[in-house]
Design a binder for this molecule. Structure first.
Ligand SMILES: NC(=O)c1ccc[n+]([C@@H]2O[C@H](COP(=O)([O-])OP(=O)(O)OC[C@H]3O[C@@H](n4cnc5c(N)ncnc54)[C@H](OP(=O)(O)O)[C@@H]3O)[C@@H](O)[C@H]2O)c1
Length: 326
């Protein structure tokens, strides 16, 4: 089978695509023929060797995918050869064949194509679970989203709108802000050009944002922290901009702010019921047409490095997908 392989930590350009031996499903596992794999910023961090759950080299990156079951391991119930499924893979998804634990595999609803299925769970799961279960975002609150046209950012905009919040979307270009607007964002700020604090103050009638959703870090986080309302909840989602923010505690005290460190993946062990609740709500919203996944770029498996570079170069909006149609 063809697979992308990371042989030394580095950049997407260091990845190679090569033939590897066919995989076999062990007990409790299924083997899936990959048709589409979602690209996440975290895949780049893993290729750099800096992810929080880091495989050793050589490994195949790619953390979520969809395809057809080729083989079912011993002791697996409810899944059969030929089923159309999507799965969280941890790593290994940028390959023609992927083996995953059966409890990470879900049947694809008949209305969903593979590209949508492969990109749905991580981004929507992070934003929906984070905003509802952790930040407890309420109707009519102001939600500020940094990197709002990105993978998790755009799903936060959508989820925020369905919850009934007033969404302030921040991104780096008019084109990206247009995408946020198409997903319902109420207020648009180009954070590379505008005075974020002054704009948010004006938008919120001087009060500030009630919830901040920040996958960017650095200056974007600092500006958002200074644009909060009293008793705001500030979600630390990621550091796509590279800078890990340092938070002045006096600022938290004065405004009664709560900063919420948040890693969605960990909640599968910490509180699986809340993940199940969140996924059920997301599939209901999807079925009702309240949310609609946005895939901006597709690349064949052999060009996976270009897919990963698109994220690093801030070229994509919503999700990027790697496909294997043969
Ligand atoms: N906590 C969790 O559970 C969780 C789950 C999923 C993802 N994440 C994290 O969330 C972050 C975003 O992930 P994603 O998959 O949504 O990535 P993405 O699609 O690439 O979006 C990241 C956004 O960040 C902005 N950005 C600002 N500076 C950037 C830079 N130097 N390089 C790249 N992007 C930059 C870009 O928007 P502008 O150009 O508009 O600034 C971009 O749209 C990552 O740090 C990821 O690890 C965390």
């Amino acid at each position: 089978m063809r697979a992308v392989v990371c042989k030394k930590f580095g950049t997407p350009d260091d990845l190679v695509v090569e033939d590897l031996p066919d995989l076999t499903a062990g007990a409790g596992e299924v083997k899936i023929a990959m048709r589409a794999a979602g690209v996440n910023f975290a895949d780049n961090v893993m290729v750099q060797g800096k992810y929080q759950v880091q495989p050793e080299v050589p490994f195949t990156p790619g953390s979520e995918m969809a395809g057809e079951i080729m083989e079912v391991g011993e002791g697996v119930d409810g899944l059969a050869v030929g089923d159309h499924v999507f799965a969280g893979a941890g790593h290994g998804a940028f390959a023609e064949q992927v083996v995953v634990k059966a409890d990470k595999v879900f049947k694809v609803p008949s209305s969903m194509d593979y590209a949508t299925a492969a990109t749905f769970v991580v981004a929507y799961g992070t934003s929906h679970h984070g905003l509802t279960e952790i930040a407890k975002l309420q109707k009519d609150e102001f939600l500020l989203v940094n990197g709002a046209a990105g993978g998790v950012g755009l799903t936060a905009v959508e989820c925020g709108k369905v919850i009934g919040a007033k969404v302030i979307a921040l991104a780096s270009s008019p084109e990206k802000l247009e995408v946020c607007k198409s997903k319902g964002a109420d207020y648009l700020i180009d954070y590379t050009k505008e005075d974020v604090r002054a704009r948010v103050k004006k938008i919120t009638g001087g009060k500030g944002a009630n919830v901040v959703y920040d996958p960017v870090g650095g200056k974007a986080f600092d500006d958002a922290l200074r644009s909060t309302a009293v008793q705001a909840r500030v979600m630390v989602i990621g550091f796509a901009g590279g800078g890990v923010p340092q938070i002045p505690a006096n600022y938290l005290l004065v405004k009664n702010l709560t900063v919420l460190g948040y890693y969605w993946g960990a909640y599968h062990q910490l509180d699986p019921k809340s993940i199940a609740r969140s996924n059920a709500q997301l599939f209901q919203w999807l079925g009702e047409g309240k949310i609609k996944p946005h895939v901006s770029m597709r690349f064949p498996l052999e060009e996976t490095k270009d897919a990963l570079n698109a994220l690093l170069q801030r070229k994509s909006t919503g999700k990027v997908v790697v496909t294997n149609d043969v």
